[in-house]
Design a binder for this molecule. Sequence first.
Ligand code: NI
Length: 130
Amino acid sequence: MKIDHIGYAVKKIDQARDSFEKLGFCFERLIEDTDRNIKIMFGEKEGYRIELVCPLNKKEASPIDTYLHHVGPAPYHICYQSEKLDDDIENLKKQGFKMIIEPRKALAFGGKRVAFLMNLSVGLIEIAEL
Ligand code: NI
């Protein structure tokens, strides 16, 4: 599976974008995923992709609240591309990964499915359907 992007949890997406722009990243448009209650912006530099993820409505729970509270703005997942999502997930489960978020259509991926799994040695990973 090829690496698609590194996900960064951030508290203020505009400030994070400005800082990454100073490091040479170029950004796509902002995506508001009301289903997951997060704002997302993809950036790219020399073939490396990052995804800034920020809570959308701060009055409601978002999937990165706990991480932001305990760790602060920081990278929190690597996303891998999968041509056979269900098969790759089954293989990862056999290798000790636990499902955290079941495969679900994601606005940021044009409606293709993504899933999150976790392993205590490497933390959280995301698998995105190609
Ligand atoms: Ni991601």
